[in-house]
Write a protein that binds this ligand. Structure first.
Ligand code: GAL
Length: 384
């Protein structure tokens, strides 16, 4: 009887998909429209996955139509799934505040790359995101926002925005920072792309030491010991910071390192496999894709060793027209999935998702394009 129901259900899913010309049931089709349980393209950009109590939750930026849809008009969207192929719309987990409210997360602000982790000690779900106040573009305040909820799908309550690690030097601070000498040319406008001088010479770190460090593209990572980390592009995007969160995950601990100094890494995605820490990152070219970078370390605070572009095959110089947002393990397997965004800034809501299997060779990880693929014993690849 149960079997019969299952068969009927999968036939119904197949029929619905065929009629709607959506992706076939039970596989990933990177770059295609990815419909949720209501037949609507999933709206969770710059997203991440939380696995909680047997269910995967996908949180991401809810975008709206047109160019104006790149800013936060709605909030953070949440979806749930038990198989990673089929996603149920769980609604808006964190809503932006009404226009004119003066809130840091007022409608029209820039609210990007939301990530949610669970604090096993407090039982709370904690969301962090990159936040720029409304009307200030990316030259705004480069902060992180924090929201919490007792329930995984929300609603999340906005707690505060912070500039990380105010008053704290990183563990690997250099004498040039401590000297207090700041060499930023008068009226110099940072482009987010590169600097005329080395980041250390300018001492952007020292400039921001008291008020807190800049934090743009970001991610979160929870280690096996329950310590959580905030990884963010800092110092005018020139340098990545890896920063331990406090015990309840709602603020910084003051313990952090600088990594990849002057390398302009964005879109950091961290994961751990067989005791090694890995990072995938992009360069800085806004919505346009660029060549990915990767790195490995034996300890989270380094030393980090760059491993180059992890992509193999065609279109590797654009990371298959995508930018990293998250890499996560498939439960019950030793497999990891790359989640990337194919941004469509002219019509933000149409952004596509590039999910690919992560393969490992020696200490490196690699990605290869797949037209369609499934999670199998080994990552079995269809239509390669
Ligand atoms: C990208 C960044 C995105 C978004 C975009 C805006 O580099 O990764 O999250 O901020 O720039 O141009």
């Amino acid at each position: 009887m149960q079997m019969k129901h299952l068969k009927l259900a999968s036939f119904a899913a197949f029929a619905a998909c065929t009629l709607a010309a959506c992706a076939p049931s039970g596989s990933f089709t990177p770059g295609a429209v990815w419909e949720d349980n209501n037949g609507v393209h999933i709206n969770a950009h710059g997203g991440g996955i939380l696995y909680d109590d047997g269910i995967y939750y996908w949180f991401g930026e809810h975008k709206t139509e047109g160019k104006a849809g790149n800013v936060a008009n709605v909030g953070v969207h949440c979806y749930s799934s038990s198989d990673l192929y089929h996603w149920k719309d769980e609604g808006i987990a964190l809503s932006v505040m009404p226009e004119g409210s003066g809130s840091d997360i007022e409608k029209g602000c820039i609210l990007e790359r939301p990530k949610v982790i669970k604090n096993e000690k407090t039982g709370k779900y904690v969301m962090w995101f990159h936040l720029e106040s409304k009307g200030r573009g990316y030259d705004g305040n480069s902060k992180s926002g924090v929201a919490v909820s007792d329930k995984v799908t929300g609603p999340y309550t906005f707690l505060h925005t912070i500039r990380p690690n105010a008053g704290h030097w990183p563990l690997n601070v250099q004498p040039c920072h401590l000297s207090g000498k700041i060499q930023i040319p008068e009226g110099y406008g940072f482009s987010g792309g590169n600097l005329p001088m080395h980041a250390d010479t300018m001492n952007i770190l020292g400039r921001d030491m008291q008020g807190g460090q800049m934090a743009r593209d970001m991610n979160l990572f929870v280690d096996d010991d329950g310590k959580a980390y905030h990884i963010y592009s800092s110092e005018e995007n020139s340098t990545l910071h890896i920063s331990r969160l406090n015990d309840d995950y709602t603020g910084c601990s003051g313990e952090y390192i600088r990594a990849f100094v002057g390398r302009f890494m964005e879109a950091p995605a961290m994961f751990k496999k067989d005791g090694k820490y890995y990072l995938m990152m992009s360069g800085c070219s806004g919505w346009a894709p660029n060549e990915a970078r990767s790195a490995v370390a034996d300890a989270i605070f380094g030393d980090w060793k760059e491993l180059g572009n992890p992509c193999l095959g065609d279109d590797v110089e654009t990371t298959f027209h995508s930018q990293s947002t998250y890499i996560f393990p498939v439960q019950g397997t030793n497999k990891f999935i790359y989640m990337g965004d194919r941004w469509t800034p002219q019509n933000a809501i149409d952004g596509r998702y590039i999910w690919l299997p992560v393969e490992f060779t020696n200490e490196k990880f690699t990605l290869q394009w797949q037209n369609e693929w499934q999670i199998k014993g080994s990552f079995a690849l269809k239509g390669h």
